[in-house]
Design a protein around this ligand. Structure first.
Ligand SMILES: O=C(O)CCC(=O)C(=O)O
Ligand SMILES: NCCCC(=O)O
Length: 488
């Protein structure tokens, strides 16, 4: 049954996509509606219990059958098919079983990259330059033409931190060599070889879970408890009111407050600050936005205080209607490093100049130094995005979806703080409490839509780039049904 808002989204999106390749062409076997019989089904329960004997399944939503998952639909082992607007925590860019990526996976180049996995730092492959230059670097953020590849988002951030520390130390050291004291003290984890230097992050930020990155993660206590942490500075991230355009002056005042506090930290913090790390939209921490003005100020301040600016695009990359969300800010000076992972499938960071390099070697290093098979996959993803203009199309889909959700929020005032306007389908809204949000997500799954949560009470939408009007229609109808069930 189509609601007024879902009809509207379908109409607009149908017009946009007429005459171009659609998800139906790419995924001829994609279901047109979800099917949910028994959920969780008997097989899912049984097979999860088997898996649980050897692997921690505490957080599993259901046992997934990836062989049966197609396009925007994820299947479970009991044959249930859900419209997936969460995409493996925002990390499947082009739908399940994407035939073009599957073809790439069968190519001799991919087979070679997988079975002959190189230790790239010492034995780089003949095609790594071509894979990087025609792939990831063809979508590099403005002003950046250098890349370092890593293994995960956390690893990307940590390697960017290391690059920042080494760059700052080299800047201060000038042409001098390491001193004998540096060489001996570093083996004892003491100064001056292991200097007291820090990475500043923002409240509610999420930058990963490894030892260094976790110290910059500030989203939820549970991620950090019991793990030793660096004593590093934290600055307030603006807590804005939504919709942004209705609270312009309040929001500007809040951002000014945060910028003032950041300035104070730069002025008075007793330890060296090598870099600031910031997400363009705080994702895990609750889909928290800030304006281009705020980020422009951060860039100006970091330049002024000789602090590097790392933009963590692990979740926003490919997700906001541009390759990189910070492209929405119109910065005068690009950030120093931009980290990526998730939808890109490969991980690493972009930079310009020499920030990511050291003259000695073996300092930014590990056995793999990335993974050519993932970099090749990233190339295939970027090509498909360009071939079908998927970022611009996601921007249109997102605008219509935002309007439809805004209409829903009028009928259901429990749906509040809708956010992500003009950020494609990187959308979220709040429900009154975390308990209600969790109940909403469970009910949606029973009704055939797999969505996610972020922060304390947000429902987050992260569909892939082949998500279109007809998918939005299904999602909106399910959301309306569940909201009616919960609130009317
Ligand atoms: O939920 C998220 O946004 C982040 C997912 C992730 O990387 C994590 O939880 O470690
Ligand atoms: N940050 C982990 C989120 C995982 C989930 O709730 O699906």
């Amino acid at each position: 049954m189509l609601t007024a808002s879902s009809r509207r989204a379908t109409r607009c999106l149908g017009q946009t996509l007429r005459g171009v390749t659609t998800a139906a062409t790419i995924f001829p076997n994609e279901p047109s509606v979800p099917t949910v019989n028994t959920f969780p089904g008997p097989k899912s329960k049984q097979e999860l219990a088997s898996l649980a004997r050897v692997y921690d399944t505490t957080t599993a939503y259901f046992l997934t059958d990836y062989y049966q998952s197609v396009g925007n639909y994820i299947a479970d082992v009991d044959g249930n098919k859900f419209l997936d607007v969460y995409s493996q925590i925002a990390s499947i860019p082009l739908g399940y079983s994407n035939p073009k990526l599957a073809e790439l996976a069968r190519s001799p180049q991919m087979v070679n990259a997988i079975v002959n996995r190189p230790a790239l730092g010492v034995f780089p492959s003949t095609d790594y330059y071509e894979i990087l230059s025609q792939g990831l670097l063809s979508a590099a953020p403005p002003g950046m033409d250098q890349i370092w590849t890593t293994l995960s988002g956390s690893d990307a951030n940590e390697c960017a931190f290391k690059a920042a520390f080494m760059h700052q130390a080299a800047r201060k050291r000038g042409d001098a060599s390491f001193t004998a004291e540096e060489l001996s003290s570093v083996m004892l984890n003491q100064t001056p070889g292991a200097p007291v230097s820090t990475i500043l992050s923002f409240s509610k930020g999420f930058h990963g879970r490894l030892f260094g990155s976790l110290s910059t993660t500030r989203s939820k206590e549970i991620h950090k408890l019991d793990i030793p942490a660096f004593d590093w500075p934290v600055a307030p991230f603006p807590q804005l009111r939504y919709p942004l355009e209705e609270f312009i002056s309040e929001n500007r005042a809040e951002e000014q407050r945060c910028i003032l506090e950041l300035t104070q930290i730069f002025e008075t913090y007793p330890k060296d600050i090598a870099a600031v790390i910031v997400e363009p939209i705080q994702a895990e921490g609750g889909d928290n936005h800030a304006s281009a003005w705020f980020f422009q100020q951060v860039r100006t301040l970091t330049k002024k205080y000789n602090v590097l600016m790392i933009v963590d695009e692990v979740q926003t990359g490919l997700g906001t209607g541009k390759f990189w969300a910070h492209e929405h800010w119109n910065l005068d000076m690009p950030p120093d490093m931009v980290t990526f992972s998730k939808k890109v499938q490969a991980a690493g960071f972009f930079y310009s100049g020499k920030i990511g390099r050291t003259k000695e070697g073996y300092r930014q290093f590990n056995t793999w130094c990335g993974d050519p098979s993932k970099a090749l996959l990233a190339k295939g993803i970027i090509e498909q995005i360009k071939d079908y203009d998927l970022l611009a199309r996601a921007a249109v889909t997102g605008r219509n979806l935002y309007d439809s959700l805004a209409e829903i929020s009028v009928r259901f005032p429990q749906v509040s703080n809708l956010r992500g306007k003009n950020r494609a389908t990187f959308l979220a809204f709040d429900l009154p409490s975390g308990k209600e949000r969790d109940a909403f997500l469970v009910k949606c799954r029973h009704a055939g839509v797999n969505a996610g949560g972020s922060g304390a009470r947000a429902v987050r939408l992260r569909p892939g780039l082949w998500f279109e009007g007809k998918h939005a229609e299904v999602m909106l109808a399910v959301f309306e049904g569940v909201l009616k069930d919960m609130y009317k």
